[in-house]
Design a protein around this ligand. Structure first.
Ligand code: SAH
Ligand code: SF4
Length: 346
């Protein structure tokens, strides 16, 4: 019998697996706590389970962990980027950021990305495969186990690493389920943000679940034409915003609209006017991200005066505006940059 990777099971699947093995429900809770709160690396460590159950688990399941390939610390701020290798050799990037005493883990949902946005290094590298839910959770566990997160302090998770989370729905949902769960990571909607290129039907589908997370939509342009040029895999702008509004209504929360500012592409006064019009009066927050330059990409970051002018034009009518002075610029923490260096080196 081929062993299953236990961290790929959703909480419901684990409960069902326990029932199928003739075990009581609370065993599933004990196993979740061992895996996600104590970071157990084997069933043998799960000492409050009967020995015969540990043995039977060992026959059916395996507890995997990624291998650290490389890490780079930013000289400019407190962010640190890690390249992890999964059991089958896929390379996964994950970034730890620190600001105002809060730690945020930026996780990947796929190895690579199929959507090919022209400003994104992950897109340039192409798509390898979806990450399993266990591989998503392993990125968080990596930080917990290696002492990067102080014990008992809350942290935030953003799905802003490699990949498009809404193109990996089953594994995204299973991972968020365990992040939410009290016996798992105990993180609610204020601590988890899913960033998406915006796939309207999938946003609606997620709005109808009881998964707790905040939504961020990468708008990045104010007309369909310029958006398609920058993001060839993007969907209709109007429908994307309609779905974001529905999500906000269902959750009674605001949706963040992310906007990467790229010189000469989407940073004109007209763009600022359209962005203000698109977002004003809606259940939105705006997050401007000055483009992070990378070798081989022609796009440029706008100058500071252009950025300031853009913000100035938004402020009278747009909802709350924040600017993400990108962390880890010097280590290419934006997206997919570490993996690309590695892949090109062979
Ligand atoms: N696929 C999802 C999540 C990963 S990208 C998405 O597109 O939303 C996370 C964020 O990083 C997105 O808002 C994207 O627009 C932004 N991003 C990608 N490359 C960037 C770069 N070079 N500089 C600044 N932001 C970038
Ligand atoms: Fe994929 Fe997001 Fe990068 Fe676009 S910005 S290529 S959707 S990871």
């Amino acid at each position: 019998m081929e062993k299953r990777i236990i961290k790929d099971l959703s909480a419901d699947e684990l409960a069902a697996a326990m029932a199928a093995m003739g075990e009581e429900r609370h065993r599933a809770v004990q196993i979740l706590k061992w895996l996600y709160q104590k970071g157990a690396a084997s069933f043998a460590e799960m000492t409050n389970l009967p020995r015969d159950l540990r043995e039977r688990l060992d026959e059916r399941f395996v507890v995997t962990a990624p291998r650290l390939v490389e890490s780079i610390r930013s000289g400019a701020d407190a962010s640190q980027k890690f390249l992890l290798e999964t059991a089958d050799g896929a390379l996964v990037e994950t970034v730890l950021m620190e600001a105002d005493g809060h730690r945020t883990i930026c996780v990947s949902s796929q190895a690579g990305c199929a959507l090919g946005c022209s400003f994104c290094r992950t897109g340039e590298g192409g798509f390898e495969r979806d990450l399993a839910s266990g591989e998503i959770l392993d990125q968080v566990l990596f930080f917990k186990k290696s002492g990067y997160l102080p014990p008992r302090r809350r942290f935030n998770i953003v799905f802003m690493g490699m990949g498009e989370p809404l193109l990996n729905m089953r594994n995204l949902a299973a991972a968020i389920g365990i992040l939410n769960l009290e016996a798992g990571f105990g993180l609610g909607e204020k601590r988890i943000t899913v960033s998406t290129v915006g796939i309207p039907d999938r946003i609606r589908e997620l709005a109808a679940t009881d998964l707790r997370f905040s939504l961020a939509v990468s708008l990045n342009a104010t007309t369909d034409e310029s958006r398609r040029r920058l993001m060839p895999g993007s969907r209709d702008l109007g429908d994307t915003l309609a779905a974001a509004r529905e999500f906000a209504r269902a959750r009674r929360a605001r949706v963040t609209l992310e906007y990467v500012l790229i010189a000469g592409e989407n940073d004109s006064d007209e763009d600022a006017g359209r962005l203000a019009a698109l977002s004003s009066g809606g259940p939105f927050k705006l997050n401007l991200i000055p483009f992070n330059e990378w070798d081989g990409c022609e796009h440029r970051r706008p100058g500071e005066d252009r950025i300031e002018r853009f913000i100035g034009l938004l402020l009278p009518t747009a909802p709350a505006v924040t600017v993400r002075r990108s962390q880890g610029r010097d280590i290419g923490a934006a997206c997919g940059q570490l993996r690309c260096r590695r892949l090109s080196r062979g």
